[in-house]
Design a protein around this ligand. Structure first.
Ligand SMILES: [Zn+2]
Length: 317
């Protein structure tokens, strides 16, 4: 049975059609810009599903934000008009498909990496997406963890510095203020303004406030000590959050996805170096591989399609 997976991002909506038995052999794909309002999004998701998979009876949708266990969108940081909207019911009505599943986008990406990507073969996996913010999905004993309400895995809002910078969620010092692409930009500007990042400032055109993550990674690739120090600082914050999560969840593998993965060759070795000192009994516990994601920008859509197919299978069984 074929299923459609749709990943709603901040700027684009990506849809794929696949056969769940061979999830990496995409049978169809399309992408469109993310519309403004909620009604526009519902219509667009339905049209996308009709275009790429008119024959598919199952449609999965991954969306950034809090989605409850009934597939209702409670809130999303970038989709303010979609507050307390029963997306699943409205999409089921609009698409006419037998199975419609809506889940958090990071959960979808985690399922994809565990079933078909970098964590395949591991029943217990933590998949962390380091992008503008941080998303995470947890697979335990082969099952995606949703929690009582459906909100499990919001690792980006774990507070790691109670006096840290404010977060859009209303708290202070959330992990994603330090360990995401946004966090790298902030660490870089702090270093640039303190005169410790001249090579990256030069790449940014001479203005310390214009320094972004890509300037730091470019300077670090040229072995600039200031840029390497910022990468080390970023790696510390990533490793600290991972250590907290490993103390609680004990995954067999950690997969890192998202925009920062483009610099995985620079960042991940530093994370691996720091991790054993930050996790409990780091020298005594089995090594937890920390690896880059394999499915790239399609992870969320592939996971949404797999989730829809698995849900349809359970309903049928
Ligand atoms: Zn937060």
């Amino acid at each position: 049975m074929r299923s459609v997976g749709i990943d709603v991002g901040g700027t684009k909506v990506l849809g794929v059609l696949l056969d769940p038995a061979q999830p990496l052999d995409g049978l169809g794909e399309d992408r469109v810009p993310t519309p403004e309002g909620g009604d526009g999004l519902i219509g667009l998701v339905a049209e996308l599903a009709d275009r790429i998979g008119p024959e598919a009876s199952a449609v999965g949708v991954g969306i950034p934000g809090l989605v409850n266990r009934r597939g209702q969108m409670i809130m999303g940081p970038h989709l303010r008009k979609l507050r307390n909207v029963d997306l699943t019911a409205r999409l089921r009505e609009r698409t006419g498909r037998a199975t419609v599943v809506v889940d958090n986008d990071a959960n979808c990406a985690a399922l994809a990496e565990q079933r078909a990507g970098a964590a395949r073969g591991f029943d217990n996996a933590l998949v962390v997406t380091l992008g503008t913010g941080i998303g995470a999905g947890i697979v335990i004993d082969g099952h995606l963890v949703h929690g009582a309400a459906g909100f499990a895995g919001e690792a980006g809002h774990m507070v790691i510095d109670a006096n840290g910078p404010p977060c859009p969620c209303g708290k202070r010092g959330c992990w994603e203020r330090f360990a995401s692409g946004t966090g790298l930009g902030r660490l870089a500007r702090d270093a640039a303004n303190a005169g410790r990042l001249d090579a990256a400032v030069e790449l940014a055109g001479g203005d310390p406030e214009a320094v972004r993550g890509e300037h730091v990674t470019a300077a670090a690739r040229a072995f600039d000590p200031g840029a390497l120090a910022v990468i080390g600082e970023l790696a510390h914050w990533i490793a600290l959050g991972l250590a907290n999560l490993v103390n609680i969840l004990d995954p067999g593998i950690i997969v890192i996805g998202g925009g920062l993965v483009e610099a995985a060759d620079l960042i991940l070795p530093e994370v691996r170096n720091r991790f054993p000192d930050l996790v409990m009994a780091g020298a005594l516990r089995p090594e937890v591989p920390i690896v880059a994601a394999e499915l790239g920008e399609r992870a969320g859509a592939i996971g949404a399609a797999l989730l829809a197919a698995e849900t349809a299978g359970e309903t049928a069984a």
